[in-house]
Unconditional design. Structure first.
Length: 463
């Protein structure tokens, strides 16, 4: 297979893994994760107190969080589940960032209990929290620049985004918090996602630093922390350049000196919340070809589906796919040499391209459309879907009753350990009450008449 820069396995190793571990499964490379954190930390070493608060939603697994904790990361949480996951893995107080929206009070209370840094998404939260639980020691607001920035395809136009506050709302919010006794403040924005342009990422820093100066001039508030968000991208397409994260750090440093130091507001802590940049390239979804179909297009069916990786179906996102030959016999699968239908006359596209599809009853359950492949896939071969380490397993779901797959970690010593077991039908049905459903109403299973008779007898005796 083509040796992409971030792929840590030989063809033989992939075949061996797929023989030992039931497909589909997600696997992450520990070395790639650690190296990404170290590179980001090195790029921001000029800033005392810099920390990347890993976006837990990207890869919410305790083993991954343990690796990141060892590398000095904090966590960025958007729900109570992510707060609890951080707590369980030993992240404490201001190592945890809580950035949420439409947030129930119980989640704010949990964040405050943990001593987490809280980013408020809306002006109304100030009075609400003051009344219900008291404001946290340090308050940060999420800024939405509206027409001041254009965003990008993944995160959308800021004017149409549900997140954050306007400039006027920010000023009012900080003033209210000031009047209510808050003395520590932060500022946050998340304007772009999966950005590979250094200047756009640096521009976010400039925008927030300028805003911090304006707030200081109008209200006398000196920001203790500015959170630049995440947004550092990864090259999903083969041939795309890896972003020069050192240039990102140097660009932010230059703007910091130009604005923050020049205005006498240093030292000001700068933090980030990168998730995809850290774990995205480290993860792979490994699946097996289980079917081929030839009609108006050439379809290759794999045992993974959109429930294992939603991004291609949801965002039309590109994920590179490598086919690895596995010519062994696979009981329960069609023969790899079985003749396929001749669809020459019906093909829409005459070039040798394929749609790689899952088994959901949805036509957007596709990992690739009209994709040229280095080798033609046959039943039993392995399809490796690259860059699935962020927003992959975590966005999984159970539509059509598809159990979510296992997760594995490829350790530094070459060993592979299970870090989440695969779901089974017991997990799918664990919240359902079949006995109650069978006894419900006038119908039911073979014992429903007996249950109804007994209930009637109990009711008559009570009379």
């Amino acid at each position: 297979m083509p040796k992409l820069a971030n792929f840590p396995f030989s063809d033989a190793k992939v075949v061996e893994l797929a023989k030992e571990l039931p497909t589909p499964f997600h696997i992450y490379d520990e070395r790639t994760i650690r190296e990404a954190v170290r590179g980001l930390n090195a790029s921001m070493a000029w800033c005392p107190g810099f920390r990347n608060h890993f976006a837990v939603k990207a890869t919410p697994n305790p083993y991954i969080l343990q690796v990141l904790k060892e590398e000095g990361c904090g966590t960025d949480c958007s729900s109570i589940a992510e707060l609890v996951l951080s707590e369980e893995m030993g992240f404490k107080a201001e190592e945890i960032m809580f950035t949420s929206n439409n947030t129930p009070i119980k989640e704010f209370k949990k964040a405050k209990q943990l001593g987490a840094l809280v980013n408020l998404d809306d002006l109304s939260h100030v009075d609400f929290l003051h009344k219900e639980d008291g404001l946290p020691e340090m308050v940060s607001f999420r800024f939405n620049p509206g027409p001041g920035r254009t965003g990008n395809a993944l995160i959308g136009d800021p004017k149409a985004a549900k997140f954050g506050c306007t400039t006027a709302q920010l000023l009012e919010g900080y003033k209210k918090c000031q009047d209510l006794g808050v003395t520590r403040f932060g500022l946050h924005a998340m304007v772009v996602s999966n950005c590979l342009k250094v200047d756009e990422l640096v521009e976010t820093a400039r925008m927030l630093f300028v805003l911090a100066v304006q707030i200081h001039e109008k209200l006398g508030i000196k920001m203790e922390m500015v959170n630049l968000g995440g947004g550092i991208g990864i090259p999903y397409l083969p041939g795309q350049p890896v972003i020069d994260v050192a240039s990102v750090g140097a660009g932010i440093h230059a703007v910091y000196k130009e604005i923050i130091e020049a205005k006498g507001l240093a030292p000001m802590k700068v933090v980030m919340e990168c998730g995809r940049y850290i774990t995205g390239p480290a993860g792979f979804l490994v699946s097996r070809v289980v079917h081929r179909k030839r009609i108006y297009k050439n379809y290759v069916g794999v045992d993974a589906c959109m429930a294992n990786l939603m991004r291609p179906g949801m965002y039309d996102a590109y994920h590179h796919i490598t086919i690895i030959k596995d010519e062994r016999d696979h009981p329960g699968l069609p023969s790899r040499t079985a003749p396929a239908a001749d669809n020459t006359a019906d093909l829409i596209t005459k070039e040798p391209v394929f749609d790689i599809v899952g088994g959901l009853c949805e036509n957007n359950d596709k990992f690739a459309i009209d994709r040229p492949l280095d080798v033609e896939p046959f039943v039993g071969d392995i399809a490796v879907i690259h860059d699935a380490g962020a927003h992959g397993h975590s966005m999984g779901f159970q539509y059509n009753g598809k159990p979510r797959s296992a997760e594995y970690l490829h350790r530094l010593d070459g060993s592979v350990i299970e870090i989440r077991r695969a779901e089974d039908l017991g997990d799918i049905f664990s919240t359902l009450d079949f006995d109650g459903a069978r006894a419900f109403g006038g119908g039911g299973g073979p014992l429903s008449w007996l249950r109804r008779t007994l209930k009637a007898a109990v009711w008559c005796n009570k009379r």
